[in-house]
Write a protein that binds this ligand. Structure first.
Ligand code: NAP
Length: 268
């Protein structure tokens, strides 16, 4: 029996087959979960529907997380098909291209607000609406963050500040909802090529750095995020909440590192 047999997950933020949300969806489906999806806008529908079909999902709805009416409609439609939700997956982030280049000090007020609204407040807005549906034995919320919340990365800028706020939001939500047996966690994923990460200038340089400097000397894949998500959503993690789990080949623990030549010399 799969670890998520009999559980229903709503995955918000599927764009295409490269999305981290797709890695999570595939892993959840393999563990027996029933899946439901929402995607940002009409342009994504033709990519999202066939993927949803591959994992047997019947519920596929559009929802812009910035619009309260669309959020309300999403959950109203969800309740027409499901009387319970076990896992809410928040895999949504956005910042304008111009805020993801150059200097953080040049961030505009509306660019800042937009990034925080889509990437952070949406977690709160979705969780609020999911609460009445969290009636099963081990309900949980899961979001996706990045090490740019803790350390600076070139061209990550306002998104790093948004991820720091997102991780704090996870802790506050976990504190509020723990007494109702609802868990809230984050996965801090290493860099993976997706639509969202393609907006970060010099992203390939970050991938190279991870491969060279991470303790495991490699980049992660979508499937690694899926595996961690299964753990956090399952009963195995029933006493884990308010946590940020790093799935990054250990890159977040590295301070200074020797150059490749010195390291190779050392090994010999
Ligand atoms: P992705 O496939 O592009 O997913 C991001 C999703 O957010 C897209 O479906 C996007 O839709 C959606 N979105 C943006 N604005 C929205 C709105 N107003 N309403 C609803 N949805 C909206 O990229 P991803 O890399 O998998 O990103 C998923 C999450 O993982 C993000 O939180 C990201 O920060 C995080 N993450 C990614 C990495 C990485 O290296 N890829 C590493 C760590 C964490 P549109 O395409 O229409 O904008």
């Amino acid at each position: 029996m799969g670890l998520l047999e009999g559980r229903t997950a709503l995955i918000v933020g599927l764009a295409n087959e490269r999305s981290l949300a797709w890695g999570i969806a595939q892993a959840f489906a393999a563990e027996g979960a029933t899946l439901a999806f929402s995607y940002a806008g009409p342009a994504l529908e033709r990519r999202v529907r066939p993927l949803a079909e591959q994992v047997g999902a019947r519920f596929v709805e559009q929802c812009d997380v910035q619009r309260d009416a669309e959020l309300d409609a999403l959950f109203a439609r969800f309740r027409e098909q499901h009387d319970r939700l076990d896992v809410l997956v928040h895999a949504v982030a956005f910042a304008r291209r111009e805020e993801l280049a150059g200097r953080f000090v040049d961030t505009s007020r509306d660019g800042f607000q937009l990034a925080m609204d889509v990437s952070v407040y949406s977690l709160v807005a979705l969780t609020q609406r999911a609460l009445p549906l969290f009636t099963g034995p081990n309900p949980s919320v899961l979001t996706l963050t990045y090490d740019g919340a803790r350390r600076t990365y070139p061209n990550y800028n306002v998104m790093g500040v948004a991820k720091a706020a997102l991780e704090a939001a996870v802790r506050y939500l976990a504190r509020d909802l723990g007494p109702q047996n609802i868990r809230v966690n984050a996965i801090s994923a290493g860099p993976v090529r997706t639509l969202a990460s393609s907006g970060i200038r010099g992203f390939h340089w970050i991938l190279d750095q991870v491969e060279e400097r991470a303790p495991l000397r490699r980049n992660i894949a979508q499937a690694d995020v899926g595996a961690a998500a299964v753990y956090l959503a399952s009963d195995l993690a029933r006493n884990v909440t308010g946590h940020t789990l790093y799935v990054d080949a250990g890159y977040h623990i590295v301070g200074a590192e020797l150059g490749r030549a010195e390291r190779e010399g050392e090994v010999r």
